[in-house]
Write a protein that binds this ligand. Sequence first.
Ligand SMILES: N[C@@H](CCC(=O)N[C@@H](CS)C(=O)NCC(=O)O)C(=O)O
Length: 203
Amino acid sequence: MKLYSSPASPFARKCRVVARELGIELEVIDIDPWTNEEFRRINPLSKIPTLVLDDGSVLYDSRVICDYLNEFKSGHFVPAQSMWRTGAGRWRALSLQAIGDGIADAALICVRESKLSEERRNGDNVARAMAAIIASLDMLERVAGKFAEHPTIGEVAVGCALGYLDFRLSHLGWRATRPKLAAWYEQFAKYPSMQATAPANLK
Ligand SMILES: N[C@@H](CCC(=O)N[C@@H](CS)C(=O)NCC(=O)O)C(=O)O
């Protein structure tokens, strides 16, 4: 299987973490979806991550790809519906994933806007994205004590989003008022799969 990826992408990182945890070997191909027009032939949206299976079929979007990888190895990252009542259930995991992905989406908006000249920058977009990040982090601080002991796709998405904040928006200092989330992330970031996929050495 080939994963079109980029070293800093929090979405591609989710797939790489899940694949490593499940012992799935991926051929990772780094591309820049903003400049590689050829890539649109593989994914018309020109977004990474994109997974190409050995039979040539293509899967788009980190949620679909992680779901596929999880099923491929009968993993525990996307719990079955019947586990809902345990509190480590499917809807909790998928909603947590939505929050993690939402933080990453909002952070990408802030990063993209920050690269624009002042005349082209849309302050309202940045303010709205920042409000989503702050409110989501505050919400995560309230639930961090209930994160699953064995990470689901929800915890993976949150971990990858926090890693992206550290990498691109470190001035936010998100840990200062969120000690429970910070303590959880400190442990989660030590997973070998997180260490192996950290964007820390990039510019
Ligand atoms: N919902 C998508 C988001 C993927 C995404 O936004 N990827 C970014 C890179 S981190 C991208 O490919 N951007 C190119 C573009 O928006 O044209 C997912 O979970 O895979």
